[in-house]
Design a protein around this ligand. Structure first.
Ligand code: MG
Ligand code: MG
Length: 264
């Protein structure tokens, strides 16, 4: 069931989203070669609790940490560890969620560790662009397939694989609500979007093939062909105009430059 949020509820989600943005900015700034992913996780939990919020990933279906830390061929759900030391040249996706006053926010970014190859840098940038191309389709009256089609078109134009088996999702009082928001699809197909819907849009884009496998830890998802993968996610609210990106307070669609050829 899809739950529409009223003005006051979106306002609560905005507060949660803006707090998560602050947390993510600090995490991004903290990432450096030699750091363990467990240290980054501890910092995330401290930042969230310091601001009177709760880390929503911690104990979610038994997940043991407050962030997912996924290096290189790990797609998502990597478990932070004291044994995992960030190495120069790798890329790291950090996925984090929090709940503030009963309302959820969910966001992820991918960042290079020190100097990275131009190929990895391009993957990160295209994955971010895929998010924005998808998100700008999320307007009242559009279809969820419009979002996925836009993500897929830009990713595949760059020769990348769009992960199929993991998707974005509605979000609100629960981290995962209806509808499911795939990163592929057909324009004009799927659930109709309405003002007041709140969703996490989260392209997971691989340099190679889109097939994934889950590791024996029961969480970590890796690409089957070992290719490097990036992930970028924000929580958005569908409005009467272009969507509000709740986890990116300073963003303004007026200054957004669309991907060339990414639209009709
Ligand atoms: Mg997430
Ligand atoms: Mg999510």
């Amino acid at each position: 069931m899809i739950t529409l949020k009223n003005f006051k509820q979106v306002e609560k989600m905005r507060e949660a989203g803006h707090l998560l943005y602050d947390v993510m900015q600090k995490l991004r700034g903290a990432v450096k070669p030699g750091m363990t992913t467990a240290a980054l996780d501890a910092y995330a939990e401290e930042l969230i609790r310091r601001n009177h919020a709760e880390p929503s990933f911690l104990n979610y279906h038994g997940f043991p940490k407050s962030i997912c830390a996924s290096v290189d061929d790990k797609v998502v759900h990597g478990i932070p560890s004291d044994d995992e030391i960030l190495q120069e040249g790798s890329i790291l996706s950090v996925d984090c969620g929090l709940v503030l006053d009963g309302w959820q926010a969910d966001s992820a970014f991918t960042v290079g560790i020190g100097d990275i190859s131009p190929e990895k840098q391009k993957l990160i940038e295209v994955t971010q662009k895929c998010f924005f191309e998808g998100a700008r389709q999320a307007v009242d009256g559009a279809r969820v397939g419009d979002v996925g089609a836009a993500v897929q078109e830009l990713a595949e134009k760059n020769g990348y694989g769009v992960i199929r088996s993991l998707t974005g999702h509605g979000i609100g009082r629960s981290m995962h609500e209806d509808p499911s928001v795939p990163n592929y699809g057909e324009k004009g197909r799927g659930v109709r979007l309405r003002s007041g819907m709140t969703m996490a849009i989260e392209p997971m884009i691989a340099m190679g093939d889109y097939n994934v496998v889950q590791l024996s830890d029961g969480w970590t998802v890796v690409t089957r062909d070992g290719s490097v993968c990036a992930h970028y996610e924000h929580t958005i609210a569908v409005t009467d105009g272009l969507p509000e990106i709740l986890t990116l307070p300073d963003f303004d669609w007026a200054s957004y430059v669309p991907a060339s050829g990414g639209d009709d």
